[in-house]
Design a protein around this ligand. Sequence first.
Ligand SMILES: [Zn+2]
Length: 405
Amino acid sequence: MDAQPSAAAAQAKAPSLTIKPPFDTLVGQPLVARFFTSAIESRVINHAYLFVGPIGSGKTDAARALAKALVCKNGGCGSCDDCIRVTRATHPDVKVIEPEGANSYINEQIRELIHDTNLAPIRARHKVYLITRADLLSGSGANAFLKTLEEPPVRVTFILLARTRESVLETILSRCQVVAFRFVPEVEAVPLLMDESATTLKDARIALATAGGSVYRARAFLRSPSRRDSRLKVLEAVERLPQADPLELLESARALLISLKQPLDELKLEQERQLVEGKEYLSKGALTALEQRQKRALTSRERETLVEAFGAIRSWLRDCLLVRIGRQDDLVNTDFHYNILKIALNTDEAALVRALRAVDEAERRIHYNVSVQSLIEALLFTLRDELSGAGHKLSTGGALGAAVH
Ligand SMILES: [Zn+2]
């Protein structure tokens, strides 16, 4: 735990507790969980926190848990109307502030935020502002915000999120209590996932590998039948590649696109529920903001689904490499064991390393304005060439070890 003394000691009393706050759902962050459980129990909550840590370390979950503890009459029970609204981002006293500019918070947003802190809460006795990208607070908008951040009205708590402490302006940093989240290593993450999701060792390892090591994404993957189904479809398509002719390959890309859209339907349903709830309490402006946030969430979920597909392919290719170097006992995708063995024995390390690089390159291109269809088609063609031995023979140097680990 990394705690800095705050500039102002404006502390607010948290509501009295009857039920344990929901920090026990915070995976792999025992120090953070203990810190907040004790802060809530002693009813001493700071006016501004900055959560720093890598993607998937649980900052957003922790922010929601803290918000629940502050607005729920039962100290964050997780099941009352207030708590459910915090989870769904429709609580009128818990506001999520995301940058509206391309790469920054716009001044208008900051002005509204400052103004809003002075209004009384609507449902709860406390107001919470969750600022999702503290690293994008800069310029005159950030300067205008400093005074409010230092001395907000009573019963207002700011929770700022950033990946690293260095990315945040010193003037912001010095006004917050910094809470550090750590990356959860696989050896801890797997048992946690098994325990929490009542799943097998095999499925927990698959989920974590597909989620690129993020415990939170792995948890969401385990809970979503459509995401698990997408992984199966992706890997089935990849294992058929060496024999596929161009037409079959295009058909395969088309089928993949359809299956990758399935998880988006789950989010769309959830968003419709959010809007219905939002209409009860949110002003017209806040509803428009919610709709914009939902659009961004859809785009980001679409990207996440693709990243997950690439994560699954990467993990499958690493398994092929493990076979090549005689470590087949360490395979992650054991449900594809037979074909991994077959393909691994018909290719070589250099081709597999090039295939892994092609996946990395495709993932990098997600962030450019390229069509998902052409991205998938191009990747499948490259993978087919590499896995069938038709890829260019390039020197791979010492990349093999780095690719496996
Ligand atoms: Zn509650």
